[in-house]
Design a protein around this ligand. Sequence first.
Ligand code: SAH
Ligand code: SF4
Ligand code: F3S
Length: 485
Amino acid sequence: MKEIIGDIDIIDNTQESCEVVNITKEENNIGQKKLYIESYGCQMNFSDSEIVSSILKKEGYTTTSSIEEADVTFLNTCSIREKAETTVRNRLSEINQYKKKNPELVIGVLGCMAERLKSKLLEEEKIVDLVVGPDAYRELPNMLDEVSTGQKAVNTFLSREETYDDITPVRLNSNGVTAFISIMRGCDNMCSFCVVPFTRGRERSRDPFSVVKEAQDLFDKGYREVTLLGQNVDSYKWSAEQNNKARLEKIESTEIVNFANLLEMVAKVSPLLRVRFATSHPKDITDDVLYTMKKYDNLCKYIHFPAQSGNSRILERMNRTYDREWYISKIDRIKEILGDECAISSDMISGFCGETEEEHKDTLSLMEYVKYDYSYMFFYSERPGTLAEKKYEDDIPMEVKKRRLTEVINLQRELSIARNQRTIGKTYKVLIEGFSKRSKSQLQGRTTCNRVAVFDAGNHKKGEYVNVVVNDVTTGTLLASAVDN
Ligand code: SAH
Ligand code: SF4
Ligand code: F3S
């Protein structure tokens, strides 16, 4: 998959999407009220839209893929970069035409932009009826009642406890094979460039038993891969004592469930259920997590491990709490324990406040050292209210930011091709996710390392594991053939 950020192509082979729109699917139950949701931003938002759909399903709503027939339209929004917010504002003005045609249409803004702007959004965007932050979705039925009496509704309360762990998400846009499971919410890190701690609130971990149950239910329904989601999964921590003493005995002699324990619990659901996770923060990943990944074949050998920059002074300004040497030592540890075959990807920001040309080159040299399989690459976009906005000047001119970003992207493209080329002639087990984007006679699946392989369908179908041999590669795809055994 490719996405466009600004006017620059971004290589994006994994499932995270930053400015991609995801739309609710048709259910078409006649007579029911219809909900249409567009989700922007990260996987957490996509996962939250599934929670929102579930909450409203209980109120008699069904989802639709057509805004024209919707009674309620929600935009689940992102604030991570300025462009993410501009996209939503442009979309709101487009949606105005539907509201003109159908003045009864309720328009709600959900997610991070709702949380950041609160009731100001109602003043700025007149067509919006309802503004709700990420921790207040249980209030949606009441808020919709309020709106039906002609009032506007706002709830941007951030919670220290809410994890929605009792809500079974309605799977939207599902391929029936892969699904996301949120394991925590919020973020307690204060990376100086980042708006997330302000829009998502304090970090909290979800009951591990509800996570395992959700994974088991998905497996029973035929799903074969789950991705455990959190802003910083390595700091997952759940204490039985704090949450529910009666459950203590169920956790074999551990009082606290950490991320390595949780990974193991989910891995044990079935060897046929693949488990992925995102995102790992370099400061928190432990050897325990790496050894657990090694122990279970179904724990996928792929770590999204955002560096953000390869220069220690910039990392300090970013408040990432590690330096270049620490980051490199963690990369070495991953390679030592899991081998060079484990795929590693990163996020990189070009042109952060005060970044010199030399410091930018350190990012390039870090990329060369690690040889990332993929990266998500951005130029710095100052966000109101963040530490960086208060402390540092956004002093790198846009054309310099873009030029540096282009250098980062070009290097990543070379690295991705080189990493992919090493797979030629080798055989990999892939989980089939469906037809390839180009043709119905071809299927596509992923390797454990999250590489997409495309091959002739033969008798194979979605949801199966199949071995494929790689014949050729592009930047983002392995061109393969199924090996029938
Ligand atoms: N929790 C994850 C990242 C979440 S945001 C982590 O810690 O890695 C996804 C990515 O967006 C970040 O990793 C960062 O690279 C990018 N990002 C965040 N704020 C940004 C900003 N103000 N400008 C440009 N990119 C930003
Ligand atoms: Fe943002 Fe840092 Fe938290 Fe990631 S870890 S969400 S970059 S504050
Ligand atoms: Fe965007 Fe919020 Fe995710 S700001 S990246 S939708 S946590």
